[in-house]
Design a protein around this ligand. Structure first.
Ligand code: 13P
Ligand code: SF4
Length: 335
């Protein structure tokens, strides 16, 4: 096993995870609980993770909730069951802690749509603009931003900026357009998008609605404007979940990544949740990045404390400022 481990560690960068066999007789739920206690580790999971991972997590949340947890935890190890930019945010906020990500290749198409060097040039062309960036971006983009936002606090963040202040919003053009409409602000948008939320078909959602006329449509603001226009509620994953708990409808069409349905069903056993279909026959409403994490990879990364998120200290300090600004504004707004 020692030799296998050495080979797996050497291969880690190429593969993104520790490719080791897991004994099939192990109860991974028990093993993960044991490792949490032994190592004073906390497992933070995003709602788009597979159900088993959500069930073993200490905290499940949206991007804002996850960054608030990462900033305040007193655990020695943060195990991030999410994508790279989320684990990176945890490291930026808690540099003294070990931050583990089960699969380093769990990236994000939206974050990838904004390469820092191109964004720097774009920003230089508009020196009078304040940069508000959605948290779904790399540390390099965060370091070039004035304030970070998430889908649950973006409106409040924009409203905290004086009305005459020109704004660049990056990297999601759909969220940016939605916010521009909501706040009445004319923002300069970076042309990025999420591969999962862009693929929902307005035509198929409309047909579903005809078959389920009483179903309410709940959509994430990363979706295109035409989809958002027919939604009964638009919000972050936490917002969508909370809406389904408080609202009195019995059926919902859910226009976001399918992972959120696990908690929606758990919290509302008497209600029906229908995942909105993508525009072809693929399972594209599953985020391929989020779904790279598995319970086996989670167990292995906790057992061997790798792959770990590391970061250049200068970059970390520059990226921390706009995240802290976001956390301050969110706290003032009671979020
Ligand atoms: P929230 O959970 O913050 O709504 O973000 C959704 C998302 O796409 C994360 O990658
Ligand atoms: Fe990125 Fe979209 Fe996946 Fe979220 S759902 S991690 S925005 S690719």
């Amino acid at each position: 096993m020692i030799r296998e481990l050495e080979i797996a560690k050497k291969d880690l960068q190429r593969k993104g995870f520790l490719d080791l066999p897991v004994d099939s007789r192990l109860d991974l739920f028990d093993e993960i609980e044991r490792l949490k206690k032994e190592k004073n580790a906390i497992v933070l999971a995003h709602y788009y993770q597979e159900p088993d991972i959500q069930d073993v997590a200490d905290y499940i949340g949206d991007s804002l909730g996850l960054s608030q947890q990462a900033a305040k935890t007193d655990a020695d190890i943060i195990v991030f069951a999410g994508v790279h930019f989320m684990a990176e945010t945890a490291k930026i906020l808690s540099p003294q802690k070990k931050v583990l990500l089960p699969d380093l290749k769990a990236g994000c198409s939206l974050a990838d749509s904004a390469p820092p060097e191109l964004f720097r040039k774009f920003k230089e062309k508009h020196p009078d603009h304040l940069v508000i960036s959605y948290i779904n971006c790399s540390a390099g983009i965060k370091a070039l931003s004035d304030i970070i936002c998430t889908s649950s606090n973006a409106e409040k963040i924009i409203e905290s900026v004086p009305k005459d202040q020109p704004i660049i919003f990056a990297p999601d053009r759909n969220l940016g357009a939605y916010l521009a409409k909501k706040t009445g602000r004319n923002m300069l948008l970076w042309n990025g998008a999420c591969m999962v939320h862009e693929i929902f078909s307005l035509e198929k959602i409309t047909r579903l609605k005809i078959r389920h006329p009483k179903a309410k449509i709940l959509a994430h603001p990363e979706c295109e404007a035409a989809v958002l226009e027919i939604a009964d509620y638009v919000g972050s994953t936490t917002g969508i979940l909370n809406f389904s708990k408080k609202d009195d409808a019995k059926e919902y069409i859910v226009v976001t990544e399918t992972g959120i349905l696990h908690q929606m069903q758990k919290e509302n056993p008497g209600k029906t949740f229908i995942p909105a279909p993508p525009n072809n026959a693929c399972a594209c409403n599953d985020c391929p990045h989020m779904k790279l994490n598995t319970l086996e990879k989670l167990y292995l990364c906790m057992e061997y404390e790798t792959p770990e998120i590391t970061m250049n200290e200068q970059l970390r300090i520059a990226a921390k400022k706009p995240i802290e600004r976001m956390l301050e504004i969110s706290a003032q707004a009671g979020l």
